[in-house]
Design a protein around this ligand. Sequence first.
Ligand SMILES: [Zn+2]
Ligand SMILES: [Zn+2]
Length: 338
Amino acid sequence: MKLVAISGVRQAAAIEVPMPRPVKHWALVKVHTAPLCTEFKAYGAGHTGHALGHEACGEVVEVAQPGRVKVGDHVAVMPQAACSACACCLSGDYIHCQQQTDYQAFSGGQECTGTMTQYLLKPDWLLPILPAGMSFDHGAMACCGLGPTFGAMQRLAADAYDTVLITGLGPVGLGGIINGRFRGCRVLGVESNPYRTRLALALGAEAVLDPADPGTLARLRELTGGLGVDKAIDCAGTTDSRRLCIDAARRLGQVVFVGEGGDVPVHGSNDMIRKGLTLHGSWHFRMGDVPRLMQVIQRTAPALDQLITHRFPMDGIAAAFDLQLSGQCGKVLLKPWA
Ligand SMILES: [Zn+2]
Ligand SMILES: [Zn+2]
């Protein structure tokens, strides 16, 4: 079998590795779709490795024991290898589990836990089964295509009464527009890349403003009757984008940080006390909300086909990473069997 390896600065290729074997409750999944996320940054920087990726969708092809999935099930692959037993896991917020399982430690075998691969291993409880008829490409949007902003909007209880600002319209932020429109929100965006601005407008953002324009904050207030947005989700992860979310939020508004990045100054009095702001961090979504996320996927299929802009075979991985570095794309999929 093959998986993707980064061997140097802008050097990546498919390499041959031994087939992994399922042990205990870990299932073997044949990966049909592996969406690319931020691995291109490692490719650009030359951080070498071959356990790449955390997003996938595929078919269970082997189990070591009867469990929550069986051979033939079509499944979305959730990130990490959480323990399933701690308070975070039991609540469904397994992404915050501090007792990650080390497959290699208990199996003694070849580790194959990344997703940019033809086969991977995953604890069975982190393999939600796709509704009948859902394609692997759409099912894979349960990962970072729709997942992070779905989790953020669940946290915010975002609905049709809300004007929601999304800063940073890369694949995660674009997924936020789909989630927001699904819920009936009015969605405003901030993004500098013209390709992604066009895509955001096509997906239903009412306006997309340029973060470099000094008038952007004033324009956001103008678009909200001078009050500010009800809710804001930062997907850019920069100091400026996070600060813009805080400044653009209305009194008693809410802000969620989704994009990973640097620091942001938060003023205890003017932001938190006087404005009454609620500030959240949100990484992923609760396992108990998977059925709702699957409904979003089923009912936004045409938008998902716009969000997914490119597909690459495994031998095209370097070209896929180069495309992501250019920013001229929405969600990019690796198709390990193409
Ligand atoms: Zn846990
Ligand atoms: Zn991701």
